[in-house]
Design a protein around this ligand. Structure first.
Ligand code: GLC
Length: 437
């Protein structure tokens, strides 16, 4: 088979027509309804016990933003008049090979992980000051109240022992006490999608959906009448786990070889952590068929990182940037122009498929809250794919427009950068106010 024929077949597997997007959005809407009603569904539809902010939330707060390898801790002040000042922020990794620690593998336990995070909080808070703490913890949690959340399972290939099944607020509180911080009170735990929604809705109207399109993928939305309370509540859908989607042989192979097969099916087709891996599987097949050179690196995990994919996507002319990535990551020097173009096509097809999948799940969400799409909706998004990947934001909007030819301009996306940390600060101030009455 020649390169062109291979790519034609690959397009058949990876290009999602508008009809397919519609089918996925209808299935997504069905899964939302089932999950909300407590019926079996791949959408967990987790209640967050918080609605949208009013802008009047105030106080000194500390926020922790933990959603992967890098954690941020911030000290912020909300003035009660819609403005938030981040006074200090520290950012630190939970894995540092040089320093000789890794709190995210199976050798580490809950006490070590949260102890390390608490030690960083201790570096930031001022002595003698009372703080409300908001914790963005971006993993699927069964929320019991605004400050109690039980980790259902780790995602993002994390394996720290003694955390799954535990109540995260209690683990953090114990670590804070141990670190000598009795004046820091853990008042709220939220998902990063919820933080992103809170942060965006704090300063803008008509934001009712928020999503992370980065290393991981997930979306939350404001449910106008939640079955638990009858009132508005943000729901963390854990939409990365949605599974009524057409998987290719590459997606199935990636899932089978991952830490948690069968979990986070769509996240493994969409998110930044996995896009390079799917590409690697496709390139391996091409190499085995003689369409690309052989390379021992094709057997190694995570050889193509987000920045490499971005470099290939933005490349033009004779595609020398693509050749650089091929040299460095794939150990393939001297590809022909045709092979470099094929490499760029593979990455483009995967990135477009990701953006279009995401759009179809947004569409399902919007139709759930506003079946006729009568109102304007902003979808706040954070994450490296949306922020940095060349073409991604435009493909996403284009797919939304294809799905809504009658509502052009009413459905828009916007970047909500670092909203998850700010959102934790807002959640802490909201919860503290409610607790004080
Ligand atoms: C994973 C987590 C989810 C989080 C998302 C984005 O899908 O399960 O909770 O929101 O990544 O960080």
């Amino acid at each position: 088979m020649d390169l062109n024929t291979y790519l034609t077949q690959l397009r058949r597997d990876l290009v999602l027509s508008v009809e397919e997007l519609e089918r996925i959005s209808v299935a997504f809407q069905g899964a939302m309804a089932a999950g909300l009603a407590g019926k079996p569904s791949s959408l967990k539809m987790l209640p967050s016990f918080i609605g949208l902010p009013t802008g009047k939330e105030r106080g000194n707060v500390v926020a922790i933003d933990f959603g992967g390898t890098n954690v941020r801790v911030l000290d912020a002040e909300l003035d009660g008049a819609g403005s938030i000042q981040v006074k200090r922020m520290i950012r630190f990794p939970l894995i540092d090979d040089k320093a000789g620690y890794n709190y995210l593998n199976e050798k580490a336990d809950a006490g070590q992980l949260f102890g390390y995070i608490a030690s960083k909080v201790a570096q930031l808070v001022r002595p003698g000051v009372d703080y409300s703490l908001g914790h963005t913890f971006s993993f699927p949690c069964q929320q019991l109240s605004i400050n109690k959340a039980r980790l259902l399972l780790w995602t993002k290939e994390i394996k720290t022992r003694g955390v799954e099944g535990q109540e995260i607020g209690a683990l953090l509180d114990a670590a804070l006490v141990h670190a000598g911080l009795p004046r820091v009170k853990s008042d709220a735990i939220i998902n990063d999608t919820v933080g992103t929604l809170l942060a965006a809705a704090y300063s803008r109207k008509n934001v009712d959906v928020a999503s992370i399109c980065g290393t991981g993928h997930n979306t939350c939305y404001l449910e106008p009448a939640h079955p638990l309370t009858g009132g508005p509540m943000i729901v963390n859908m854990e939409s990365g786990n949605f599974d009524i989607v057409p998987q290719t042989r590459f997606d199935k192979a990636l899932d089978a070889g991952s830490e948690y097969p069968g979990q986070q099916v769509v996240e493994k087709m969409i998110s930044g952590y996995y896009l390079g891996e799917i590409a690697r599987l496709i390139l391996s097949e091409m190499s085995e068929m003689g369409l690309l050179p052989k390379s021992e690196n094709l057997a190694k995990h995570q050889i193509l990182r987000g920045a490499d994919l971005d470099r290939i996507l933005e490349d033009t002319g004779d595609l020398s940037g693509t050749q650089d990535v091929a040299n460095r990551c794939l150990l393939m020097d001297k590809l022909s122009l045709e092979q470099r173009m094929a490499l760029q096509t593979v990455i483009t097809l995967l990135a477009q498929r990701s953006a279009r999948f995401v759009a179809s799940t947004f569409q399902g969400t919007l139709l759930h809250v506003d079946p006729e799409l009568e109102k304007p909706h902003f979808i706040a998004i954070d994450g490296s794919l949306y922020e940095k990947m060349p073409g991604y934001a435009a493909w996403l909007q284009q797919a939304l427009d294809e799905l809504n030819p009658g509502a052009l301009g009413r459905v828009s996306t916007l970047l909500a950068k670092d909203g998850s940390g700010i959102g934790a600060a807002i959640a802490a101030a909201t919860a503290a106010k409610e607790a004080r009455g």
